[in-house]
Ligand binder design. Structure first.
Ligand SMILES: [Zn+2]
Ligand SMILES: [Zn+2]
Length: 467
């Protein structure tokens, strides 16, 4: 008998935590952070307290209340007894927080399976940000341990596309898909009842559509008994979007001005980084990156398949932001920051201001303070290369962006291509794979799929479905 229980990703984008049980084997497909649950009670300055172990997370339903799943140190902190792990493994589809971050709370003996690129990307994310309890995916500091004490490393098993492996009664086949982070996978899980397919997050219109097509082909060929499919953009209107178009529009804009270009995008999206690197190069400009983003370049560059420039590339400059003394003194920068801040290819705001037409700055909203130092000329373009705001918090954030742009007389350009398949593509994927039953996840509008299939189960959170 095979069972599925959805502890997240239900009527929401992100938070995927899907329990698959087969005979005596139990695995989770992803164990992500639920943005909607978190936003309901918390924000930047009101965080769930790590001082309370796992209690805040379970009480406020950021984590399901399950036995044999969580870290011993956090249970003890919550006054609970140690529990032997009852989960055999987690299959991680990709490095986005909505899929990966709450692995941080899992028992140290539960093996986590992920692709090599995902492993590298999580390393970069961890190194660039201050440590936090919600960001302890690869290793964690045991509660109460002294500063500098050795961290507890999780058991990480790396997989490659199409290389099958076994977990108890299951055989797992990971297959690469194209998404807005490199190293994303979908899975075919061969259970004792038949194959179960999980899409993770995917798209058909990205730079490597052949990967997604391969996944769809194989998913279809295995004649699955169940398909767990993402539906992020199921209701979006049809668009004509591609990374190539992002390049062309950004290139056109850049070649038409002798002012600095500011581009605001997510640096985890390796395709987007490459797009702006190429645009800069074609227009004889240097790509200016923030110090924290050098960690991404470092790990992307190590991954030969990604074919990316490193932070010391001749067409990359590192933006040395004004810190403490305001004089760019080496001692203003700590730790790894100092390493990057003292490299020969750094650049300051004054230098950008002197030759505005020579740079394409990957400096977004969180670097807006530096606009006061750069003093961009009126009409300087700002490219917003991310999805448009869709919730209240993001809309307020956008209004603040607009205020900054107005203050400096900058012009705003929306140039983007999404990491998720468009509605029409999602419908086709589901029709093509044609599983015995479809479980839509990672969507605010799961019922939309009923337009193309009647073999659909609208998921309820925490309810168990027999396959
Ligand atoms: Zn996602
Ligand atoms: Zn994703």
């Amino acid at each position: 008998m095979t069972l599925l229980t959805f502890y997240g990703g239900v009527n929401e984008v992100g938070g995927n935590k899907i329990l698959l049980e087969d005979k005596d084997t139990k695995i989770f497909l992803d164990f992500g952070m639920s943005f909607s649950a978190r936003e309901k009670y918390f924000e930047e300055y009101l965080k769930p307290r790590s001082s309370n172990g796992i209690v805040d997370f379970i009480t406020m339903r950021l984590l399901p209340d399950l036995e044999g799943v969580y870290r011993t140190d956090l249970l003890q902190k919550a006054g609970k007894k140690e529990e032997a792990p009852q989960i055999d493994a987690v299959l991680l589809s990709h490095a986005h927080a909505g899929h990966a971050n709450y692995i941080s709370f899992l028992h140290q003996d539960i093996p986590i399976h992920m692709g090599h690129t995902t492993y590298n990307l999580i390393k970069a994310i961890t190194e660039r940000a201050p440590s936090s309890i919600e960001q302890e995916i690869l290793e964690f500091s045991e509660d109460g341990s002294k500063r500098g004490a050795l961290k507890i490393k999780r058991k990480i098993d790396e997989f490659s596309s199409n290389e099958k492996f076994k977990i108890g009664s299951l055989e797992v086949q990971p297959i690469h898909v194209d998404h807005s982070v490199p190293g994303a996978y979908g899975f075919i899980i061969y259970t004792s009842s038949g194959p179960v397919v999980y899409t993770g997050d995917l798209r058909r219109h990205g730079t490597k559509p052949e990967m997604t097509e391969e996944f769809i082909e194989q998913a279809k060929a295995c004649k699955p008994i169940a398909l767990i499919a993402e539906g992020t953009r199921i209701t979006d209107k049809p668009t004509n979007e591609s990374e190539q178009l992002v390049f062309e529009e950004s290139d056109k804009l850049t070649s038409s001005t002798d002012k600095t270009i500011f581009a605001d995008f997510n640096f985890k999206d390796v395709d987007r980084v490459r797009t702006f690197y190429d645009v800069a190069k074609k227009n004889e400009r240097k790509l200016v990156v923030r110090i924290p983003d050098c960690f991404y370049l470092k790990y992307f560059h190590q991954d030969k398949a990604l074919d990316m420039p490193n932070f010391d590339d001749e067409d990359v400059l590192i933006f040395k932001q004004k810190m403490r003394s305001g004089t760019y003194s080496d001692s203003d920068y700590y730790g790894d920051q100092r390493f990057f801040a003292t490299l020969p290819n750094t650049i300051t705001a004054d230098e950008i201001a002197k030759n505005p037409g020579k740079y394409l700055c990957a400096l977004g909203y969180y670097s807006f303070g530096s606009l006061i130092d750069i003093q961009p000329q009126s009409g300087t373009p700002y490219i917003h290369s991310a999805s448009e705001p869709w919730n209240e918090e993001q809309i307020i954030g956008q209004e603040r962006v607009d205020n900054w742009l107005a203050k400096f007389g900058m012009s705003k350009h929306q140039i983007h291509c999404s990491g998720h398949a468009k509605g029409s593509d999602l419908m086709e994927i589901v029709k093509e794979i044609d599983a015995n039953v479809l479980f839509p996840v990672h969507s605010e509008h799961p019922t939309e799929y009923a337009r193309v299939t009647n073999k659909i189960t609208i998921v309820e959170e925490g309810k168990t479905y027999k396959l």
